[in-house]
Design a protein around this ligand. Structure first.
Ligand code: AMP
Length: 116
């Protein structure tokens, strides 16, 4: 696993140094509720290993990256969602604010397409 970044918010949540509202956990992945939810269900699924974005995680640990999606599907099932959106923001230009890979799992209301 990559070393945790001492300045990374999500590394601190993974380490238990900052509380997170955890909904699922595996050896490689943590899923917790977004503190500023954009829908009735808004869960962040993160690899425990620190990488700054989805592409970096996929390159470094393909199996761990795939597990983000199986955990996202389990979260959606647990929440009883009839459908959900799974999104990675990559880069500040499209709104990434935390530079530790995280898959947004959003559902529980109608979602417009294309996204804003
Ligand atoms: P992004 O803008 O794609 O980088 O997403 C970062 C997400 O992290 C945002 O949706 C924030 O609301 C969320 N967030 C920030 N701080 C926390 C926290 N302490 N616990 C849970 N979610 C957080």
């Amino acid at each position: 696993m990559s070393a945790a970044d001492p300045d990374c918010l999500f590394c601190k949540i993974v380490a238990g140094e900052i509380p997170g509202d955890t909904v699922r956990e595996t050896d490689r992945v943590l899923a917790f509720r977004d503190v500023n939810p954009q829908a009735p269900t808004h869960v962040l699924v993160v690899p425990k290993a620190h990488h700054e974005n989805a592409a970096a995680s996929a390159a470094a640990d393909p199996d761990g990256f795939a597990e983000l999606f199986t955990v996202a599907a389990a979260v959606a099932r647990d929440e009883g969602l009839p459908g959900h959106r799974a999104v990675f923001n990559t880069g500040a230009a499209v709104g990434q604010t935390v530079f530790h890979t995280h898959l947004h799992v959003i559902g529980g209301r109608d979602l417009a397409w294309p996204p804003g």
